[in-house]
Design a protein around this ligand. Structure first.
Ligand code: NDP
Length: 328
């Protein structure tokens, strides 16, 4: 049976303009870093992606190395495009990135033109796409001239491989420099993708000012601190959790002190009639500089819960100071 998306899909989602561009992103976007690799159950990822699209999530974020194994999330997403989403390509914003280790030898990571262009071509082949909507430099490369990395992004856009260029995890200074180079080349920087959540607030220290000044959009990743900012770890480490898999979330980082903070935050969320996951997502969206909160999900219910966070994204002064106190 062909997939027919919900007719109601655009009724409730909020779409925010990305910087000064013509394009808008859903306030909640879905990332495929985990749970879509060849170690995962394809049908589970398929159900998650379909439900996301049904709820108005038009943006799916990938990278060359997502899996595991590296590349397999893009391959699985390619299968989803073929099976389910092909008729809806023009309703979707699909992104990919290159920057981290993808293949052996001197051309398989960082920021050279050689690596970025080859990696973009590989991503397009894996996903069976003619173009991605956004292509990112995944990390700043201290050993490659920024002119070369940005020149590669400009080439990727001009050659039709991507519609827009983005950067990820660049600091404020690197961002200002990258934006100036891209502007000079005639391919403005559309968007920045930094990590941002209640436990990691580095972007408040200069980056958000730069993004506002440069009129660049901001999509924040790991708004739930990989699941820590939910009720999941309140009573230990569940077997089916990311921390138990010993991948990107180190179980040793879930200290008593962290769990104490999470418990306090959980009480504040409850008083707002939200789950902690919902409050954590809403919190990342409270400043209009943030265009979209980029979540991950291992279950359909995670997507539904995050989208329902949009019912309450305002915080009273008392709630804000209670959160600050809980995080101290
Ligand atoms: P989150 O912080 O949203 O963590 C998602 C994980 O939290 C889920 O996989 C699930 O893990 C758990 N979770 C989600 N909702 C709930 C809930 N309601 N209750 C309990 N647990 C929940 O984001 P990610 O760290 O997954 O990152 C999101 C995306 O950001 C990535 O897919 C990727 O696209 C992007 N990203 C970009 C990076 C970059 O360098 N640019 C780096 C990292 C991510 P569990 O398995 O435990 O159920």
């Amino acid at each position: 049976m062909d997939y027919l998306p919900a007719e109601s899909r655009y009724e409730t989602m909020r779409y925010n303009r990305v910087g000064a561009s013509g394009v808008r992103l859903p306030a909640i976007s879905l990332g495929l870093w985990h749970n879509f690799g060849d170690v995962d159950v394809f049908q589970n990822g398929r159900t998650i992606a379909r439900r996301a699209f049904d709820l108005g999530i038009t943006h799916f974020d990938l990278a060359n190395n997502y899996g595991p194994s590296p590349g397999s999330a893009e391959e699985n997403f390619g299968a989803l495009m073929k099976k389910d989403f092909h008729p809806f390509r023009d309703e979707m914003i699909i992104s990919s990135k290159a920057g981290y280790l993808m293949w052996p030898g001197p051309y398989g990571e960082w920021g050279s033109r050689k690596y970025l262009v080859a990696s973009c071509d590989q991503s397009l082949r894996r996903m069976g796409l003619q173009y991605v909507d956004i292509f990112y430099s995944h990390r700043f490369d201290p050993d490659t001239p920024l002119e070369e990395t940005m020149g590669a992004l400009d080439f990727i856009v001009r050659s039709g491989r991507a519609l827009y260029a983005g950067i990820s995890s660049y600091d404020a200074q690197q961002t200002a420099k990258a934006a100036a180079i891209l502007r000079g080349l005639g391919t403005p920087c559309l968007i920045h993708q930094p990590k941002y959540n209640m436990f990691d607030r580095w972007i408040e220290n200069g980056l958000t000012n730069t993004l506002e000044k440069e009129k660049i959009g901001c999509i924040v990743f790991s708004p739930l601190a990989q699941g820590l900012l939910t009720n999941k770890y309140l009573n230990g480490i569940p077997e089916d959790s990311r921390a138990a898999k010993h991948t990107s979330l180190d179980p040793d980082s879930i200290t008593h002190d962290k769990v104490d903070k999470v418990k306090k935050l959980n009480d504040i969320a409850r008083a707002r009639r939200q789950s902690l996951a919902q409050m954590a997502v809403a919190w990342t969206l409270r400043d209009k500089v943030v265009t979209s909160s980029l979540i991950g999900a291992s279950k359909v219910a995670h997507v539904e819960e995050a989208v329902a966070a949009l019912n309450n994204t305002t915080f009273s002064a008392a709630e804000m100071s209670a959160i600050e106190a809980a995080l101290r």
